[in-house]
Design a protein around this ligand. Structure first.
Ligand SMILES: Cc1cc2nc3c(=O)[nH]c(=O)nc-3n(C[C@H](O)[C@H](O)[C@H](O)COP(=O)(O)O)c2cc1C
Length: 211
């Protein structure tokens, strides 16, 4: 999509109310669901511009309201914003492929989850809960027209070590947040993939009465 059409689409559409033209061209929900779920996808093209803290802090607030087992809230986000002293530390964690586009983010976050409670008992749902927090964050970002892209391709051990994570925390994912840019700003090999992906049919993921 050319830059001007992309901007028009994003400015004219409330992603909570209706599908953006870009998403409607690639995705067709098979049931009547809130458009925000379908509008969320993982673009890679970002402007490389910083974001004001007020533009991204609400994403973490959305994550805060995720449900968790016994309300343990095991998620923890460590992040750097472009321009912070720690920015290069976060960029350096990324595997080369992800660095080739995610270095243009405004915020890079590492999502950790706490594996044990205060008494040292295992929190068996810690990853499940952190996943719920991630999705809340992503949906709020989508609502605000931001790119929110999850990544597993980074050095998990270095993330724990360089960000001083206590031993009771697991490293779950990295998240790139930024302002959307036109596809042609991406390295050539990534341009073709810059489109919302489809999904398996509903009947393949849900069955009444067991598998
Ligand atoms: C746990 C996790 C790890 C991922 N790792 C990467 C990654 O390292 N690099 C990347 O470009 N995308 C990564 N993705 C994005 C997925 O490829 C993407 O979510 C998936 O293809 C579905 O597309 P959509 O998010 O656009 O709907 C990851 C997503 C998740 C949930």
């Amino acid at each position: 999509m050319p830059a001007c059409a992309l901007r028009r689409d994003m400015e004219d559409t409330d992603p909570s109310q209706s599908l953006t033209d870009e998403v409607a061209a690639h995705r067709e929900p098979s049931e009547d669901v809130g458009p925000l779920f379908v509008n969320r996808w993982s673009p890679r093209a970002m402007t490389g511009e910083p974001l004001d803290e007020s533009a991204y802090r609400p994403l973490f607030e959305a994550a805060r309201w995720a449900p968790s087992s016994r309300n343990s809230q095991p998620w923890r986000f460590a992040y750097a914003a472009r321009g912070d002293d720690e920015w290069e530390t976060f960029v350096d964690l990324l595997h080369d492929f992800n660095r080739s586009w995610a270095a243009d983010a405004a915020v890079l976050a590492v999502l950790f989850s706490k594996t044990t409670d205060g008494e040292g008992h295992t929190l068996s749902a810690h990853s499940f809960d952190a996943g719920a927090a991630w999705e809340n964050l992503a949906l709020e970002g989508t609502r605000r027209g931001l790119v929110v892209h999850p990544m597993g391709g980074f050095d998990h051990e270095a993330a724990a070590e360089r960000l001083d994570a206590p031993a009771s925390y697991d490293v779950e994912a990295m998240i790139a947040i930024g302002e959307r840019a036109p596809t042609d700003s991406l390295p050539e090999d990534l341009r073709e993939q810059e489109a919302p992906k489809g999904r398996k049919p509903l009947d393949e993921i849900v069955s009444r009465g067991g598998f």
